[in-house]
Structure formats: C-alpha cells, structure tokens
Write a protein that binds this ligand. Structure first.
Ligand SMILES: C[S@@+](CC[C@H](N)C(=O)[O-])C[C@H]1O[C@@H](n2cnc3c(N)ncnc32)[C@H](O)[C@@H]1O
Length: 381
C-alpha cells in the first residue's frame, strides 16, 4: 500500500511508501499526523507525482521499443535487455490466456502412480520425508537407512516412468546430522544417476535467518571438535532422456528478472510460516515450487509431487496455470490440502508483488499499453 498509517505511542501518523528502483529499497516519507487532513493530502500528492513519473518512464520505454521495431526486426536476443516492466506486460497478456486447472490429489502411496499417464509429466517437484523422526501422522519417519533409501528409490523409478522425454525432477532434501552425518543429498544424487537420469545441477537453498540455527557448536572456540551448523537445504536437478523439453504448447511465463535469479545455484528465501491449527509439520514455502515450475515447465504442463504433504506444489501449480497432481499417503492431511488449494481463485503468483500492483495502477491509466506491445511482439517474432 503506498499510503500507510503507523501507530507510535498511541498516536497515528501518515506515511507515503514506495519502492526506490534506483536504490533498490523501500522508502517511507513522513507526511504528518493522521488527525491532520493535510497529511493525507500530502501523501496523495506524492502518490500522484510518483505515478506520473512512472507513466512518463513507461511511455518513453515504449517509444524506444517502437522505433527499434521499425528499424530492424525483433530479435529474440533483445529479450535479455528488456526491462522487467516490459517483460511483465507481455506476461500479463500470456497469463490472460492461461487456464486454471484443479489439481488431482490421490491419498495413497506414490510407489505406484497408475492414475498418471506414462510420459506425461513435465516436472516432478518434491521433498520426501528426511527420515529424522518428524511427527507425520501415518508415515514412520525413522526407518533403517537402507529401508528408507530403498523406499525412495522405488518412488524415483515410478516418477521416471511418468516423466515425458526432457521432463525434469527436482528433489528438495537436507542432510541429516550429527553423529554420524548422513549426506542424504549424495545418496539421492547417486540413486537418480543410477536410474539413468541426466544430472543438471544442484541448488543450495540458504534459509537465512528464518531457520533457527542450532547452537550445538560442539567445542566452543576450540579446535578440539567444532560442529558445522547447516543453514540450508539442497535441491537436486535431473532430466529424463534429454536436457531439452519438447511440448506442443511452448509458452513460458518467467520474467527476465526471475530467470536470471532462478538460474543461479544459490537461492535465498525464507522457510514456510506454519499457520496455526495446521497439522502438517514440514511444508516448504510457495517460493520453492514457484521457482521450479516457472523455470522448468510451459503453461498448461503437468507438475507431479509424489510426497504432497500439505499441498503446496498443487496450490502453486494451480496459481501458475499448470496441471498439478499430488500423492499423499495420509488422508488426515486432506482438509489442509484442500484448504490450501482453494486459496487460489485466479492465476497469479508469477508476477512479483510490486510489479503486479504497479501494473494494476498503470493499467488503470493506460489500458491499451499491453495490447500495443504484445501485437508488436507477435508481428515480428
Ligand atoms: C516432507 S513432507 C512434504 C511436504 C510438502 N512439500 C509441503 O509443502 O507440505 C513428506 C510427505 O510425504 C508423505 N509420504 C510419506 N510416504 C509417502 C508415500 N509412500 N506416498 C505418498 N506420500 C507419502 C508424508 O506423509 C509427508 O506428508
């Protein structure tokens, strides 16, 4: 919200807040006491001034774009230098054509996924149980290591059957510790390699301050036995049979800014906030499947999660215009899964919040701009 009210020591004040694109930070301008009507007027004037500047900026970008088109045909290469604003304008147009698909959820083991057609899935996104004794209701999360790994191997092999040629699997996993340290990401990497998947890479997900970092230092400030404290998890990336994904519908819905961020091997975002009264102990944040789905699937593609948990992957797939399919062995998570999926009423998550709000206000003033840009793009590409 550009105009915000803040309460300090029982008095309310008005602020105008905005995103400073040059400095890349949020700014707040104090406008006065909430009891003073001129404070709100001042905030509104600042808002209108900022909007005018943004419109002028957008118009000059569009002008440049039109001149470019007239002089030389549009080249795909120029996509990387387009502003994220232009990117998002096009994206909005693509998303207007997007359909919303209700995910299919099966409450049974994913060791056999007969309900899913073979060779039909563009992406498997999943986070299996970590075998650390978490309090899942039906699943025993403390198995003998070899029993656990055999079980996972069976699920990966079933996933491979369901993936199309060039389809990808992304497995989110943490190593478990301490004595002995169990490098699960190494075991699973070996399993997927042995199953014939083609390895694409590994992302380290830095959970930063959102993870309660352990204070089990080992020997404090002594070389005797200091302990490494994990602050992140891994995401392992593999492809089936080919690195390249072929599909009939080849509409991608990722912006230039998202693409440059998501293709880096270090990701940093918070863990999921567990809402009160929710049963599931280990949901991952929306951001994780969002990045994978935008990077690795086309609009309308199928996304499968064989360990659905609280339903995050299906929720995000629905919000991004993809077909979500999930398997969860524990029927008691059904209300939580359904509630999560039902929070999505329209296609949405692919625009970052600031740009989406910004575009909303710009579109109110200049409703024809997206159409002008889009028709230029499709004429010349
Ligand atoms: C780490 S959690 C997944 C969390 C999920 N990513 C989310 O955001 O909520 C793993 C889930 O796998 C489920 N599970 C365990 N064995 C399974 C099986 N054989 N088939 C399907 N689901 C299983 C567990 O009940 C648990 O909910």
């Amino acid at each position: 919200m550009p105009i915000a009210y803040k309460e300090v020591k029982n008095s309310k004040y008005v602020y105008f807040t905005y995103w400073d694109a040059e400095q890349k930070k949020k700014r707040e301008i104090y406008c006065g006491s909430a009891n003073d009507p001129s404070a709100l007027e001042k905030a509104q004037a600042l808002e209108s001034e900022l909007l005018q500047k943004q419109i002028a900026n957008l118009q000059s970008q569009l002008k440049k774009f039109d001149i470019g088109i007239a002089k030389r045909p549009y080249k795909r290469k120029s996509k990387s230098v387009k502003s994220s604003m232009q990117d998002n304008i096009e994206m909005q147009e693509d998303l207007k054509n997007a359909k919303i698909y209700d995910p299919e959820v099966y409450y049974k083991t994913s060791e056999h996924m007969d309900e899913v057609e073979d060779d039909s899935v563009q992406l498997v996104v999943t986070s299996p149980p970590y075998n650390v004794g978490k309090g899942y209701i039906a699943y025993d999360d403390k198995k003998e290591l070899h029993v656990y790994l055999d079980f996972l191997n069976g699920v990966w092999s079933e996933c491979k059957k369901k993936l199309c040629k060039g389809g990808r699997i992304a497995v989110n996993i943490a190593d478990t510790w301490r004595t002995p340290y169990i490098p699960l990401h190494c075991y699973i990497t070996k399993q997927l390699n042995d199953l014939g998947f083609l390895m694409r890479g590994i992302v380290y997900w830095d959970k930063g301050a959102s993870v309660g970092v352990s204070t089990a230092w080992g020997s404090w400030r002594s070389a005797s036995n200091p302990t490494l404290r994990d602050v992140g998890e891994y995401i392992l990336f593999f492809s089936k049979d080919s690195y390249k994904l072929e599909a009939e519908n080849r509409i991608s819905t990722i912006t230039a800014r998202q693409f440059t961020t998501y293709t880096k091997s270090l990701w940093a975002f918070k863990t999921a906030q567990r809402p009160e009264n929710k049963e599931h102990p280990t949901p991952f944040p929306d951001e994780l499947p969002k990045r994978l789905i935008l990077l690795y699937t086309f609009l309308g593609g199928t996304v499968l999660d064989p360990f659905l948990g609280s339903g995050t992957t299906c929720k995000v797939a629905k919000a991004l215009g993809r077909k979500g399919v999930g398997y969860e062995i524990d029927l008691s998570y059904k209300p939580e899964i359904e509630a999560k999926i039902n929070t999505v009423k329209s296609i949405g998550l692919s625009l970052d919040a600031f740009t989406a709000n910004h575009m909303k206000s710009v579109n109110q003033v200049l409703p024809t701009i997206p159409i002008v840009l889009r028709s230029n793009m499709s004429d010349s590409s």
